[in-house]
Design a protein. Structure first.
Length: 295
């Protein structure tokens, strides 16, 4: 079998219960700044999930930055220097400049490692949707696919990774430019819960605003049911922004609609969580298309 490593970003929020069992799979560290303090996992350890989201709930602000070309080169070089090729499943280019950093790094490394290569796939996915695409990349490699065959497979599959999610605090969507200040203020006052999807271009698109959390969760599952015709979903991913109880409710709802499915719940890291806030929940699955729709 061809020897290659599969890598992805922290934004993939790969479920911890799966990550520890995956072979030749690595995730690049990413940094965030919370209340003026840099957390990069190296000079300063990351906060625990609960501590990070508690800080957001207290009103502290968090910002993120893209992976630089130099950081990407250092990350990829660790594997190229050992004789591995690298297949990188990256965060959607529609929401970050990381993709261009990976492409530039791969180009610059060609002369240093002429016998090995880095293949970068723009996932057009976010959060655990990117993680689900990486999951299928790993399974495809297990089947014996070459790095180029796998990249071609992912380039098609990325258009069939469904994303639906909701947040508990609309102010985080306002800070990220997803809704207006007026919409956020009114929505919070009326306890409205927005439902969003990721488009085929990898962008976040609001689709519904529901009255209350329970209806928002039900809408996530209804959208999954409506989009998965013809696709055998043996696996689904749920991402949680310190919303464990609601994540379990959502998991049971999915299992009721899809008997036999294996649903993995994982934490959403500070990188994506900075834009969703405490209480955010995401649901990811295979679907016929990612075109956002209302109902």
């Amino acid at each position: 079998m061809e020897k290659y490593i599969i890598t992805t970003d922290m934004t993939a929020d790969y479920p911890a219960v799966l990550k520890d069992s995956e072979k030749d799979f690595h995730i690049i560290d990413m940094a965030y700044v919370l209340d003026g303090v840099l957390y990069d996992g190296k000079t300063n350890p990351y906060l625990s999930t609960k501590n990070f989201y508690s800080a957001l709930a207290e009103g502290k602000t968090s910002s993120t930055s893209m992976v630089t070309v130099e950081e990407a080169k250092e990350f990829f070089s660790a594997f190229l220097s050992k004789g591995y090729d690298v297949l990188h499943v990256g965060f959607t280019s529609a929401l970050s400049g990381c993709h261009e950093s990976y492409i530039s790094a791969a180009k610059e490394l060609e002369s240093l490692y002429p016998n090995n290569k880095v293949v970068v796939v723009d996932s057009l996915c976010a959060a655990s949707g990117e993680g689900l695409l990486a999951y299928y990349a790993l399974r495809k490699r297990d089947e014996g696919a070459t790095i180029d065959e796998n990249a071609e497979y992912l380039t098609d599959l990325r258009h069939h990774i469904g994303h639906v999610f909701t947040v508990d605090d609309m102010n985080h969507l306002y800070r990220g430019g997803r809704v207006s200040k007026g919409t956020a203020v009114v929505g919070q006052a009326l306890k409205m819960k927005p439902v969003l999807m990721v488009s085929d271009e990898g962008k976040l698109v609001p689709t519904n605003t529901m009255m209350g959390r329970k209806l928002a969760l039900r809408t996530l599952v209804d959208k999954m049911v409506a989009k998965t015709k013809g696709y055998d979903n043996k696996v689904a991913f749920i991402g949680s922004c310190d919303a464990d109880d609601d994540a379990e409710v959502l998991k049971k709802m999915v299992e009721e609609k899809f008997p036999g499915i294996k649903v993995y719940v994982g934490d959403i890291s500070a990188i994506v969580g900075s834009h969703l806030g405490k209480g955010g929940l995401t649901l990811h699955y295979l679907c016929e298309d990612k075109i956002p729709f209302r109902f």
